[in-house]
Design a protein around this ligand. Structure first.
Ligand code: GLN
Length: 500
């Protein structure tokens, strides 16, 4: 197996033992990028020179630590090549949100999550492609290029963190960060056969992460297994003085809790989620996953989330309302794209926004502005907030008696590129299982649970607030029982190239 195809924890062990160097791992990753990136299109920007400098620095620190016998003080992320979604600000590396609006924006500072990874010695490979401003589920809304699913180049990698998922699946990064407002970490992880976590709201700092919907956004890891996901969450979680919404709740040792063998879990299966509209193949794999958990010692109970039918409508009202407000700062005046021949303040703003934003972003701004307008506020936005409270009540009630709720992550496997381009509502409906976790603030993870016609399927586990530890333990059981077959896309598929 090539270095670029291994997990973070495997590589960390090799690095500590002095059997490989970070420079070698970074070379392996960039060799893979040279080989497949033209076909996959996972990145907006790669930072090759800086990555090799970081790798050399990590090698030095590892060598010193080995000499001093202080390897235990070193993070498992030391020297590991990681990718960041392109809405996470990186000092000196452009951060575009895959929008013409920010195509030339080079942030003068690092997002806290980027800084934390850097401080721990991680190597930043580059910035990954996404749906413009994280609005979408396929990465087709990028202003730059589409990203292809390494399992099948004719299909989308999911979105909006599709570039991060494709990079990790293709061996173009060992792990990655994405952001998840309504499913954007979990759904691409599911489409690409990876583990993806949306942490509890407030668990991870959002300082320096371009805001989409501030009451829903979270940053989360996309990795090759649950263990790696636990390593990455531990690195990025915790209070940040620069983000007043981040929680002071202590960050537990997630990897330590993975070693506990107690499997006395209670798992809720919501009757509403296993309805007849669900693809029968996916339903079978989720049933399998439930049985596997039961065989491992878990207690399975049927539960109900009576207001879950409203989740999509509520999500698309709240998310668009908040987005319309957050994106007001893109006015062509202070930074970002400015239309060339516009004169006067009004014209500069109007023309810059007309030319700078893509069609999906404009649609969302219009929807959100409408929902917030004085005439419609009570009817749409306020009503959505009330329904959100009901959904939260449902989830809380279930989680009083269950350790987690299991469901599919997505109602389908990765679909074909272009297949849903003309039907935005069909795409919105795909978020049916994921938005509940954002609306309620609860943590949720997608774990591979099998394949359907050669394409990966993920199971979603929604857990209790700030109890990612339990979620990881259940996810780990599931991974051991049914995730093996899903580990990596067949490499031959990647050699074919774009015109295969
Ligand atoms: N698919 C959802 C949307 O389009 C989720 C996006 C996200 O989580 N960033 O809004």
């Amino acid at each position: 197996m090539k270095l670029c195809d291994m997990t973070i924890h495997e590589l960390a062990a090799l690095l500590r033992a002095g059997e490989v160097t970070s420079t070698e791992i970074t070379e392996s990753v960039f060799d893979r990028i040279d080989q497949v990136e033209e076909s996959v299109g996972a990145y907006v920007t790669t930072a090759r020179d800086q990555a090799f400098e970081q790798a050399a620095a990590a090698d030095k620190r590892l060598l010193q630590a080995r000499k001093r016998g202080s390897l235990s003080d070193i993070s498992p992320l030391m020297g590991i090549p990681l990718a960041l979604k392109d809405n996470i600000c990186t000092r000196g590396i452009r951060t575009t949100c895959a929008s013409k609006m920010l195509a030339d924006f080079v942030p003068p500072y690092d997002a806290t999550v980027a800084r934390r990874l850097g401080d721990l010695g991680a190597v930043i490979v580059g910035k990954t492609n996404m749906d413009e401003f994280a609005m979408g589920s396929s990465t087709e809304n990028s202003a730059f290029h589409v990203t292809r699913n390494p399992w099948d180049f004719e299909r989308v990698p999911g979105g909006s963190s599709g570039g991060s998922a494709a990079a990790v699946a293709a061996g173009e990064a060992i792990g990655a960060l994405g952001t998840d407002t309504g499913g954007s970490v979990r759904q691409p992880a599911s489409f690409c056969g990876l583990v993806g976590l949306k942490p509890t709201y407030a668990r991870v700092s959002r300082y320096g992460v371009v805001a989409f919907s501030s009451s829903l956004d979270q940053v989360g890891p996309i990795t090759r297994d649950v263990w790696d996901c636990a390593i990455m969450l531990r690195a990025i979680a915790g209070r940040d003085e620069r983000d007043a919404t981040s929680s002071p709740e202590p960050v537990p040792d997630y990897c330590g809790s993975l070693k506990e063998t107690d499997r006395d879990f209670t798992i809720g299966v919501p009757s509403e989620f296993m309805h007849s509209g669900l693809d029968s193949g996916i339903r079978e794999l989720i049933d399998n996953a439930v049985r596997a958990l039961e065989d491992a010692g878990a207690r399975i109970v049927e539960v109900s989330l009576p207001h879950s039918d409203y989740a999509i409508a509520v999500y698309y009202l709240i998310a668009t309302a908040e987005a319309s407000s957050n994106l007001a700062r893109m006015d062509g005046i202070r930074y970002g794209f400015r239309a060339e021949d516009a004169h006067g303040v009004q014209a500069v703003i109007r023309q810059s926004r007309s030319e700078g934003f893509g069609p999906e972003v404009k649609r969302r701004i219009m929807l959100g502005t409408h929902a917030l307008s004085s005439k419609h506020y009570d009817e749409y936005y306020l009503k959505a907030l009330k329904a959100r409270t009901l959904i939260l009540g449902d989830v809380k009630e279930v989680l009083e008696k269950c350790d987690c709720i299991i469901s599919p992550t997505s109602p389908t496997v990765a679909f074909r590129i272009g297949e849903k381009l003309d039907d935005p509502v069909a795409l919105y409906l795909m978020d049916v299982y994921t938005t509940i976790a954002n609306l309620s603030g609860m943590p949720a993870v997608s774990v591979p649970c099998g394949t359907l016609k050669g394409l990966p399927v993920g199971a979603q586990l929604i857990g209790r607030a700030f109890d990612e530890g339990t979620l990881f333990r259940i996810a780990h059981v599931l991974e051991q029982a049914c995730g093996e077959s899903v580990k990596r896309p067949p490499l031959e598929a990647m050699k074919g190239g774009r015109d295969r």
